[in-house]
Design a protein around this ligand. Sequence first.
Ligand code: AMP
Length: 396
Amino acid sequence: MAGWKTLDQMELAGKRVLIRVDINVPLENGRVSDATRIERIVPTVQDVLDRGGHPMLLAHFGRPKGKVVLDMSLRVVLPALEQALGRSVVLVETLEGAENLTDEARAADVLLLENIRFHPGEEANDPDFAARLAGLGDIYCNDAFSAAHRAHASTEGLAHHLPSCAGRLMQAELEALERALGTPQRPVVAVVGGAKVSTKLALLSNLVTRVDRLVIGGGMANTFLAAQGLGVGKSLCEHDMAEMARTIMAQAGAAGCEILLPADIVVARAFEMGAPHEVVPAHACPDDALILDAGPASIARICAAFDIARTLIWNGPLGAFEIPPFDKATRATAAHAAALSRAGQLISVAGGGDTVSALNQAGAAADFTYVSTAGGAFLEWMEGKPLPGVAALRGT
Ligand code: AMP
């Protein structure tokens, strides 16, 4: 993809490199409970260090809304960060401190600036604040794709002040996304599942014009079934979205995109793990039942669609995957996509919300070509929206 630079094109020796990272990790009892986000920034920081650069990490933590909130200090991530990097990291608590580094800070391998959202200028993308941040470095490297849908000083503004590039994680995300929706190998199949149509309208409207087949699953499939006049019993269903669902189906028809809705469904009387259940055709949902998963015939159709595809893009589970046995369709189809990917027949890109945990649970994530941990930014990209953080890198 043209227009933005990678670390390969930057001269790093002796340079102060401001690296925007996403280390907004979950905590349990005051300790990092999942260090995945921290581990994923290692290649970029390592690369900068190996080439003689001096990294200063910029990151947010929680939502302090422009004020110093001690509970949201990045100090809590220091041990996990030092362990992942195998280097000493010093927390610099204030901008003044960053402008007048202590000897201890100068001696550290890596500097971490305290929660960037403690400053009101961050989320306001205040140009003066961005200019002041820019004074702390010689190069700006954005490695936080997951924050690229926000136009903040450290995700967007800085790119207007310093020579800029994408970090390794940002680069991997952008290359994977470009392969899946930019210039994909066809046919392209998309899977969109999850709870509600209302949260994924923009995404569905964009996808029907870009992909050859669209599998709709999960709770949102119920809305589409209902919009076709089928009974969905007591299932999760947005009846007020029926018109919208019909519009999306019409858009798909006009664009030559085939929509695959469940042909058979797994129904139960309770939204509970192990609830007694049965498989019925999609047009035969009992009035007192809930649709909680796609049935075996649907699974076979989805797998057959994967067999003839070259590219797969996936967001959202096909059923209530947290409560077995209603995880079957998600597991079976994810395993099939993983096998095709492993065999080199399919480029598979997944991300957003619950998708990562669903694929992890299915044991399929490792074999997907790329699993994005970016959440909101991944979804906005699937919606076809320009991401300010990426656009700013292009402009420099
Ligand atoms: P989302 O965050 O929109 O991707 O939705 C994910 C959630 O949708 C998960 O918690 C699933 O349990 C839920 N879900 C998927 N299928 C169904 C269904 N048929 N009925 C109720 N909830 C569902």
